[in-house]
Design a protein around this ligand. Structure first.
Ligand code: NI
Length: 349
């Protein structure tokens, strides 16, 4: 995959640079994907000599391999400019190479910098300022593919395309609301992998999400943030919770937006069918305001689901951007129900 394609699949609107590590690009890109390598160092005088901009926190890069194939997206989290002699052990550890010791880092980097400086017509000394950059992986296509496999064969409206729509909505809302778009994307990607409706487990479980994030090298800090979001995202009747972070509130909005409107209608009938529920039975009346437990256990009709959940969601949106989108989707459902009853009672009505 080329850098532009990978960036498009990531879906975040921002500038980025595409580059490969100078030494052993394939091996180092692999270490980045595994979450072992979260730092890199470069010779500051080379930036000056080539009139290149020093990286800054918040910037994105597409990491390439030796064949210019795009591997992942990283975001710079911290940049320090430190003389070579003072580069600390914690930076050497973050570089993730060899035995991760400072001695190993100094040996390998001295050799590398001598060559690099020579090429730029400069001379390496221990006083040379080094750009110590730290970063985190924010996107790996392989994780999207793993999640896609996880939802294969789902016919309950919680298939991969639901996750993909929620992910796109989450990025859209994040950009409108000024939130951390990659974090919203990741939480949206994983928001249903532990869902009680699919796994038969309980509310608030994050086991699969944590395993996937570990497998794909996401830091403990990111894993905690994502878990805090997905543990609270689900609708639980009267026990519904609102995530603390703006990113959590956005993912909750995105998931709810996909539960209403034309898509919401389609998904609700798919879900009801997958659970063997009747489409509609006028004798079974809706019961809004159920607790989480009642909500989960209750068998019901698909039409009642509109009154117990879907028509309530418009007023439960957390963000202004979602409220605007929800307004139209809500009207679509009201129009649908009106038509549904008119046809149900035809020609008596
Ligand atoms: Ni969902």
């Amino acid at each position: 995959m080329k850098a532009e394609q990978l960036w498009k699949a990531f879906g975040v609107q921002a500038d980025y640079e595409a580059w490969a590590f100078g030494d052993e690009p394939d091996h180092l890109a692999q270490l980045v994907c595994q979450g072992i390598k979260t730092g890199t160092a470069s010779a500051y005088p080379v930036y000056e000599a080539e009139g290149e901009k020093v990286p800054e926190a918040g910037e994105y890069s597409v990491i390439l391999d030796s064949k210019d194939e795009a591997v992942c997206v990283i975001r710079t989290t911290r940049v320090r400019i430190i003389p070579f002699r003072d580069v600390p052990a914690d930076h050497a550890w973050k570089e993730g190479e060899g035995d991760r010791s400072l001695a190993y880092w100094r040996k390998v980097h001295e050799e590398f910098f001598i060559g690099e400086m020579e090429e730029a017509g400069l001379v390496f000394t221990e006083d040379m300022p080094v750009v110590c950059e730290e970063f985190e992986v924010v996107y790996q296509p392989a994780l999207d593919e793993a999640v896609q496999r996880f939802f294969r064969g789902d016919a309950s409206g919680h298939d991969w395309f639901h996750t993909r729509r929620v992910l796109n909505l989450a990025i859209y809302l994040a950009e409108k609301e000024g939130a951390d778009a990659p974090l919203c994307r990741l939480a949206a990607l994983l928001h249903d992998v532990d869902d009680y409706k699919l796994t038969g487990g309980d509310f608030g479980v994050t086991e699969h999400a944590v395993q996937l994030m570990k497998d794909f090298g996401f830091s403990e800090e990111t894993r905690d943030k994502v878990c805090a979001i997905i543990a609270k995202v689900s609708f639980k009747g009267a026990d519904t919770e609102i995530p603390e972070s703006l990113e959590g509130r956005i993912v909750q909005d995105a998931d709810r937006l996909d539960a209403i409107g034309a898509i919401g209608i389609g998904r609700t009938f798919a879900y009801g069918g997958s659970r063997g529920q009747a489409m509609y039975d006028p004798a079974i009346v809706p019961q809004p305001g159920k607790t989480a437990e009642e909500y989960r256990k209750n068998s019901n009709t698909t039409i009642n689901h509109f009154y117990e959940k879907l028509l309530l969601l418009k007023d439960m949106m957390n963000t202004d951007t979602a409220r605007i989108l929800a307004e139209h989707r809500h009207q679509v459902m009201e129009g649908f129900l009106k038509e549904f009853y008119a046809e149900w009672d035809f020609p008596k009505a």
